[in-house]
Structure formats: C-alpha cells, structure tokens
Design a protein around this ligand. Structure first.
Ligand code: CA
Length: 233
C-alpha cells in the first residue's frame, strides 16, 4: 500500500521533529523543509499528498508559499500558525489553504486534521471528473438538477440564499471557508454587512439542517474564521 506523503514545512527544529515523529509513528511518509523557498521546491519535486505549512518562516511569507504552490497545484495545504498570527491564518485560507492548526497543538489534533484532509482527497477522487448531479453526505442529499434538498428523505425548504450557501459548503466539504470567501461567492462582495448577513443566513440554514443547536453535525463554526462542511459517516 502506498503511504500518504506529507511535506512538513517548519523552521523550528523541535516542532518539526515532533511532527515527523508523529507522522512516522502513524505510518505516514514525509519530506521536510525549513524555509519557504525550500518548501516550494520540495512541493514541486516530491508532489506530496498534503502540505503542513508553518506560516512564520525565516525567508518568505507562508502566504506567498501558498500562492506559489497554488499557481500549479491544488494539493491540500494545512497551515500552522501561532495564536498571535490570527490574521495571517485568515489570509492563508483566502490564499487557498484548506485548513489550519493553531500552535500549540496536540498530536491528536494534528492526526485529526490529516484524517479530515484524507477524507476530502478520497471524496475528490471518487467524484472523478466532477459534474456530479447529486451530493450525498450522511442524511443530507442535494439534487442539483432539481434544486432540491432532502434530509433523511424529508424535503428541506430553503430560501435561494440558504440553498446557494449550502451548495457552496457542500462543494467544499472538509475545507474551512472564510467569511470573506463565502460572502464573495454568495453576494459578490465582502462588506461588514455581508458578514453580518452571512451569520443570519447560516443560523437559519442550520436550524433547518441540524437536529440540535448544541451538536452541529454538518456545519462546523470556526470562531472568527468561517465555517466548514463536515463529512458525515
Ligand atoms: Ca516558524
């Protein structure tokens, strides 16, 4: 069986070895880079399945690394940032990162994020050339051609904006989408008002979609960042 290969980009040697030891113990293959330029080169020469990218690098900015990789590849990128770099994290997601981890993180968190990304990769592979006309996730089913959404066989009555929002989340299952990204795609702009509206529409969508407000099954909130559609088993 081919191991999943991870490119670990981290200039801090102790953190880097903690990550690589974790990967090794969990049967992942890996390559490492200690700076941004090296990261771009390693990404091109090894074509890893997933990139773990520290944002605070000594040579070039992590966000620029994402931009360069995104100019030729959609490989999943999980950024690692310190708590003080919250705005960098959002810039990184807007630049095309898939997910993030905040330092200090536990080994379990790291492995959980990798599993989410692997499920996303598997989903993309099974979707093949895309153009799927039906989306199924747990009890949720979206029939794009009919514009119809059902939950456990019952039709959900969504407003046009709720439907657009749900389709956007569904087509990015597993990926964290920022408030800016979502509002730009749903409203075509990203003003403060749009972000406030997004919260309102998201709340009404979730009331229809989730069985209880305390345990959201489908849409996860990332406070101050955005939302993620989860893959439901
Ligand atoms: Ca660093």
């Amino acid at each position: 069986m081919n191991k999943i290969k991870i490119l670990v980009v981290e200039d801090d040697a102790p953190v880097r070895s903690l990550i690589t030891m974790t990967l090794k113990a969990n049967d992942y293959a890996f390559v490492t880079a200690a700076g941004g330029e090296e990261a771009v080169q390693e990404a091109a020469s090894h074509n890893p399945d997933i990139v773990l990218l520290d944002l605070g690098l000594p040579d070039i900015d992590g966000v620029e690394v994402i931009g360069r990789i995104r100019s030729w590849s959609n490989m999943p990128i999980i950024v690692i940032s310190a708590r003080s770099e919250d705005t960098d994290k959002i810039r990184a997601l807007d630049a095309g990162a898939d997910d993030y981890l905040t330092k200090p993180f536990s080994v379990d968190e790291l492995l959980a994020r990798l599993r989410v990304t692997q499920r996303r990769l598997a989903l993309l592979a099974s979707a093949g050339a895309g153009g799927e006309s039906v989306y199924v996730n747990g009890q949720l089913r979206i029939d794009y051609a009919a514009g119809c959404v059902t939950l456990g066989g019952e039709e959900l009555h969504l407003t046009p904006i709720e439907y657009k929002l749900l389709c956007l989340m569904a087509s990015n299952t597993g990926k964290v989408l920022t408030h800016t990204y979502i509002t730009q795609r749903v409203w075509g702009s990203s003003w403060e008002n749009d972000i406030a509206s997004l919260r309102v529409f998201m709340a009404t969508l979730r009331r229809k979609l989730e069985s209880g407000p305390d345990a959201p099954q489908y849409i996860q909130t990332h406070v101050g960042v955005g939302y993620r559609m989860l893959r439901v088993e």
